[in-house]
Design a protein around this ligand. Structure first.
Ligand SMILES: Nc1ncnc2c1ncn2[C@@H]1O[C@@H]2COP(=O)(O)O[C@H]2[C@H]1O
Ligand SMILES: [Zn+2]
Length: 356
């Protein structure tokens, strides 16, 4: 179980005096434990931080590759194993490891959450293999080459991406276009008929663009309306695509719905990235963006606002659509995490990762 890996990690075997050979054996041991963790990849408690350390920083590659094989997508779409691995490696490397939050680990976390949602009865009973392929691809690539600053910053500093995409969904357009170039560069889908490839690239864009958080209200009111009118039919391909968009949106902001120790780590990472941007803005004499001022914000304050105004409204609708044990677990964590941010003493709010 996951617990036994954790205790292994603290075992006294790992001392400075080990030989090359013992290090190799330890590597093997970690790889074995990472493999073992993948047996529980569908668990909402999956500890992606632990998996990242056991897989030596390759969580996005290893996790996505595992899901592709588990779904039989490799055989079904006649994917070349080497091309697939190479594609996943260039995707992982195109994330900026120096970003505290928008790095390959966030992409791996979103992919794992997406997998959990794809397994929900409403989806698993209706999605086609093509839908699943797209859902996983979109999750893995949705923040590709993220610069660690937001759209406002790019606009205010006259970044070329802002003018290229005319100040609208600047980052999401860039993530999409980057994903498409890596797909083409890897040749992963080069054996597909060109209409199929075209369709896949377009749908990929529509999924990634849905993660633009500034457009959340549009997606949410459409979701609400269609739920009210019982208008979502999973045998309709457009409705399935809409649900994939909503699932990806949920996966992207699900970190406040994870168990407390995971939620806390993500919150500190995202805040660190916001505050870094604020520091740069201050240095450049720009207005410091609302959530980015470390002098007037705290992690807890940001989380309480984010949960109340962004996460809760989305997950409440999702739970209407997919009224399952998982949805209840997520809402339960969300509520108790919000309670913790509101009531726990300062010393219990710090984020820590245990070391190998
Ligand atoms: N725990 C969190 N607290 C505050 N903002 C968050 C949190 N998680 C995600 N976000 C924001 O939600 C956004 C979703 O899209 P992005 O991943 O581009 O960028 C994300 C952050 O800006
Ligand atoms: Zn994201």
């Amino acid at each position: 179980s996951v617990r036994s890996f954790q205790s292994n990690l603290h075992s006294p075997h790992y001392s400075k005096h080990h030989t090359q050979a013992t290090h190799h054996m330890l590597d093997q041991k970690y790889i074995g434990q990472a493999k073992c963790m993948l047996q529980k990849v569908g668990s909402w408690n999956f500890d992606i931080f632990l998996f990242e350390r056991l897989s030596n920083g390759n969580s996005l590659v290893d996790l996505t590759f595992h899901l592709f094989s588990e779904y039989g997508l490799i055989k079904l779409f006649r994917l070349d194993l080497l091309k697939l691995r190479r594609f996943l490696v260039i995707v992982q490397e195109a994330y900026h490891s120096e970003n505290p939050y928008h790095n390959a680990l966030h992409a791996a976390d979103v992919t794992q959450a997406m997998y959990c949602y794809l397994q929900e009865p409403q989806l698993s009973e209706s999605l086609t293999s093509c839908d699943i392929l797209l859902g996983l691809l979109a999750a893995a690539t949705h923040d590709l080459d993220h610069p660690g600053v937001n759209q406002t910053f790019l606009i205010n500093t006259n970044h070329y991406l802002a003018s290229l995409y005319q100040n609208t969904s600047v980052l999401e357009n860039h993530h999409w276009k980057s994903a498409v170039s890596l797909l083409r560069e890897s040749g992963l889908l080069s054996h597909f008929p060109s209409e199929d490839r075209q369709c896949l690239e377009t749908r990929l864009g529509s999924l990634i663009l849905a993660t633009d958080i500034s457009r959340q209200n549009e997606y949410l009111s459409e979701f609400r309306t269609r739920l009210d009118r019982a208008e979502l039919h999973m045998n309709n391909s457009q409705d399935r695509h809409f649900i994939l968009q909503m699932a990806l949106k949920c996966a992207d902001i699900c970190n406040p719905c994870r168990p407390w120790h995971l939620c806390k780590l993500w919150s500190h990472k995202v805040t660190e990235e916001f505050f870094n941007q604020g520091d740069i803005e201050r240095r450049l004499n720009l207005d410091v963006s609302i959530l980015c001022d470390r002098n007037s914000n705290s992690v807890a304050k940001i989380q309480i606002g984010f949960i109340s105004f962004v996460v809760e409204p989305l997950f409440v609708e999702w739970a209407r659509f997919s009224d399952t044990p998982l949805s209840h677990v997520m809402l339960g964590h969300m509520t108790s995490n919000k309670f913790n941010w509101t009531h726990l003493p300062q010393k219990d709010l710090r984020g820590t990762t245990q070391k190998l």
